[in-house]
Design a protein around this ligand. Structure first.
Ligand code: 4NP
Length: 156
């Protein structure tokens, strides 16, 4: 099983959006036995909450389920439990290094690293920009490319 953890600051806007989108792709491609997807936030402020209304509305429009998704804070143990920890921006990467740093641990990368010519290197935070459509565009493209990469890299 390849385990993927998406990370953003609050775990209510971008990373749950990525989790829902990738889960949907994994399900549609019949890969649920081979790939699992989770998400977590750097901060603890929204722990236990469902995704932000903007993310829910966006996913509703795209008919992508976010059933059961509840925010949680990232934990040191996540380095043992996941193969890929995929962040949304450079600040997330810096913050992740403060939570844990191990040798031969999971791949730590940004979602946009998997897109050949990304519109942005960082996924802008719609909690502050209010633009959930643009975030969806970037995250959706990133998830497709990440899945493509993992299928080749991990022989799935
Ligand atoms: P996210 O957006 O990192 O995409 O979930 C945020 C949500 C909440 C906060 C910051 C960013 N906040 O400061 O509460």
């Amino acid at each position: 099983m390849i385990r993927i953890l998406f990370v953003c600051l609050g775990n209510i806007c971008r990373s749950p959006m990525a989790e829902a989108i990738l889960r949907d792709l994994v399900k549609k491609r019949d890969l649920t036995e081979k790939i699992s997807v989770d998400s977590a936030g750097i901060g603890h402020w929204h722990a236990g909450e469902q995704p932000h209304e903007g993310t829910r509305k966006m996913l509703d429009r795209k008919q992508i389920s976010y059933e059961g998704l509840l925010a949680r804070q990232i934990h040191k143990n996540d380095w043992d439990d996941f193969n890929y920890i995929i962040a949304m921006d450079d600040q997330n990467i810096k913050d992740l290094k403060k939570v844990n740093e191990v040798e031969n641990g999971p791949v730590i990368a940004k979602l946009m690293d998997y897109v050949e010519k990304p519109l942005e290197g960082n996924v802008p935070d719609p909690y502050f920009t209010g633009d959930f459509d643009y975030t969806y565009e970037l995250v959706s493209e990133g998830c497709k490319e990440l899945l493509k990469f993992i299928r080749q890299n991990d022989n799935i």
